[in-house]
Design a protein around this ligand. Structure first.
Ligand SMILES: [Zn+2]
Length: 78
């Protein structure tokens, strides 16, 4: 009976440690969204929607490709 009580105490301590660890570390699933929506831009020449990181920037606006920037008689702003 003495050992049963000791076992129960150990189990409670383990449970308490596990519970406190869960409380300390926030759930990473709730912090980061599943899919980050990228900023969409429109090509000034053909009007297609594309992510901003894939867009080609010009003086007059953004384009889907360097060909369309040239076709719109625009140039690299840099
Ligand atoms: Zn285009």
């Amino acid at each position: 009976m003495k050992y049963l009580f000791l076992l129960l105490v150990i189990l409670v301590v383990i449970w308490a440690i596990k519970r406190s660890r869960i409380g300390d570390t926030p759930n990473p699933k709730n912090d980061t969204p599943a899919a980050t929506p990228s900023n969409m831009v429109i090509c000034a020449h053909c009007g297609i929607h594309l992510p901003q990181e894939e867009a080609v920037s010009g003086v007059k606006g953004t384009y889907c490709s360097t060909e369309h920037r040239s076709a719109a008689q625009d140039r690299n702003p840099a």
